[in-house]
Design a protein around this ligand. Structure first.
Ligand code: ZN
Ligand code: ZN
Length: 332
């Protein structure tokens, strides 16, 4: 099995690199038995920032779906299900009662305060799991192992540079890393990995890209996801950064708004999250990373309250605010 590459590239680098981590036998078996989602295809990382999104309308819940609708459902914390042309993309799945370190079969970490919109038992099959980074509230090995066990050899996974080793033993169809600026296509869906401002170490002492180890440390991504001219940004976990000014315009910005107190160097405030959405000329905003786990000092309800206040003067609309809610993005 090929090891994950350990080289890193600056964001200005324009060449994409492909990182397949699966053995040939597994790939051959998948090809022989499955005729479903095309395997992710990596392409030269051309900039997409000049592509203007098609006009869209947004509906909170839609009774008469169109085939090209994109549906965005908040499952809880940073877990979002995007359904695009029949393809299910699941971000940072965390579906159990706690996340954290497993000690003798017991998960030690924050308790979930709001039940997820679905469980592993009731979830639809994800075609693609998109992971932003290796922090335990985003790359939850218990949830990922359960997904791979339920849907063996049928889920593609994309994650940040130098993080795939954590989940390399599970039965994925494919497991790949993307670095900042890399692009990939999955059927008609185009993906671009975005630089965010965060850190990447999972356990104390691990190499981290943000801690002076840019070529060996664990990295962290946001993603731009595009289909039929509709562009959605999943911001992952990030502090305030002007890097998002290069991303827009987008239709929907899915951005974190919680855990800023006392961690402003790695987590944006609600006002900063909205500022970054404004930078991207986002028409709609889906807040994540709030109201699900108690991770920080600010009251659990504060991020959403501050966001609503900040949005009073914004042209960006709040697309949804409750776990389980869906927003539909439609070509006009
Ligand atoms: Zn994080
Ligand atoms: Zn987080």
């Amino acid at each position: 099995m090929k090891k994950p590459t350990t080289s890193a590239s600056p964001i200005s680098e324009t060449r994409s690199r492909r990182r397949f981590l699966h053995n040939a036998g597994l790939v051959a078996a998948a090809l022989a038995t499955e005729a479903m989602l095309p395997r992710p295809v990596w392409s030269a990382a051309g900039s997409t920032k000049d592509v203007k999104p098609s006009s869209t309308i947004l509906a909170a819940e839609c009774d008469s779906p169109h085939p090209h609708d994109i549906r965005i459902r908040w499952i809880g914390h940073s877990t979002v299900l995007l359904t695009m042309g029949g393809v299910n993309i699941l971000t940072d799945p965390v579906l159990f009662d706690r996340y954290g370190i497993n000690i003798l079969g017991v998960t030690v970490g924050p308790e979930r305060l709001v039940q997820p919109a679905f469980t592993v038992d009731t979830m639809p099959k994800p075609d693609l799991v998109l992971l932003s980074h290796a922090h335990m509230d985003h790359m939850d090995t218990a949830t990922l192992a359960a997904i791979a066990h339920k849907f063996p050899h049928s889920v593609d996974v994309i994650t940040a540079s130098r993080t795939a080793d954590i989940i390399n033993d599970y039965a994925w169809r494919s497991l790949n890393e993307m670095d900042w600026g890399d692009t990939a296509s999955v059927g008609s869906i185009r993906l671009k990995a975005l630089r965010v401002k965060h850190n990447g170490w999972r356990l104390p002492g691990e190499a981290c890209r943000a801690n002076g180890q840019p070529r060996t440390g664990r990295s962290y991504n946001g993603y731009c996801i595009e289909q039929n001219g509709i562009r959605i940004v999943f911001g992952g976990d990030t502090a305030y950064t002007r890097d998002f000014a290069d991303v827009g315009p987008v239709d929907v910005a899915i951005m974190p708004i919680g855990a800023y107190d006392p961690y402003p160097e790695t987590h944006c405030t609600p006002e900063e999250a909205l500022a970054m959405a404004t930078m991207m000329k986002a028409r709609a905003f889906v807040p994540i990373h709030h109201s699900t786990f108690k991770q920080s000092e600010e009251p659990l309800s504060e991020p959403l309250r501050r966001l609503r206040k900040a949005m009073q003067d914004s042209t960006t609309q709040l697309a949804l605010a409750s776990v389980g809610k869906t927003v539909t993005v439609r070509l006009a």
